[in-house]
Design a protein around this ligand. Sequence first.
Ligand SMILES: CCCCCCC/C=C/C(=O)SCCNC(=O)CCNC(=O)[C@H](O)C(C)(C)COP(=O)(O)OP(=O)(O)OC[C@H]1O[C@@H](n2cnc3c(N)ncnc32)[C@H](O)[C@@H]1OP(=O)(O)O
Length: 280
Amino acid sequence: MLREIRQNEKISYHIEGPFFIIRLVKPDNLNALEGEDYIYLGELLELADKNSDVYFTILQSTGRFFSSGADFKGIARAQMDDGVKYASETSKWLSNFVARNVYVTDAFIKHSKVLVCCLNGPAIGLSAALVALCDIVYSINDKVYLLYPFANLGLITEGGTSVSLPLKFGPNATYERLVFNKPFKYDIMCQNGFISKNFRMPSSDAEAFNEEVLKELREKVEGLYLPSCLGMKKLLKANHIDSFNKINSLEVNGSLQYWVDGEPLRRFGQLSSKERKHRL
Ligand SMILES: CCCCCCC/C=C/C(=O)SCCNC(=O)CCNC(=O)[C@H](O)C(C)(C)COP(=O)(O)OP(=O)(O)OC[C@H]1O[C@@H](n2cnc3c(N)ncnc32)[C@H](O)[C@@H]1OP(=O)(O)O
């Protein structure tokens, strides 16, 4: 029995045959997501997981960015929220950061359906971490990149990136980009087989790109015995699942002290007031 799920104005979903399609639909702020939106994403993954007609969970987005990561306005609101009285800074960030982050990351790590990401543009931060947890990635063109700006924001790796990035791009390439806050550009994503296909479409054509990927997927799944696809995902995942589960806990618990000390909040504030920028 499938439960009902609430609506979210930044994220839509629909089911089409074996595909559970999740779409980010807030292009005006580059699909930045607040804590509650990431929780909603996790809930949608659970919904897809429980639906036995679904074999592929497809992440799509709109506009020029896939997602610019955590919404800095939402983070400032969490800090100013007088409505909730926390016993301590630790208690506040356990609620606002640790619980949410560990939940959405876990939803991606344990997801049993094949996760497909349609990268219509760059992805940043936690959203980029979730992209790196997908099984198959298609890109709209060669202008896409992934940026993990943790060193610029007073944070440390999260969303499983301590495992997913070295696994997919190699340890030294990962160190160079994480430590010096540099993006993983299209070239390295291609060299490592991270991107399965570049659709070579203009960045302004996200909608057409999303439709084209779906059209190809419909053709690709024709005649397949879909339970085999899930059986293979389970086995491929078995190689790394223990490392992901372990790192999810280590990452959020490690980050907690940074939030309690206040540096990320200060730097998110600077990002919001445009005093701080990421070098791209
Ligand atoms: C589940 C727990 C939740 C808490 C998790 C906390 C842990 C952190 C996780 C992360 O995701 S860290 C990464 C956070 N994101 C960023 O650092 C990106 C910030 N944005 C930028 O650096 C730039 O916007 C850009 C992405 C490089 C694009 O630059 P560009 O010059 O092309 O566009 P802008 O004019 O800057 O942006 C357009 C529009 O969008 C708004 N916006 C962009 N990113 C965000 C964001 N992350 N949050 C809120 N709003 C965002 C930006 O303010 C502009 O809006 P207007 O000024 O036009 O109203």
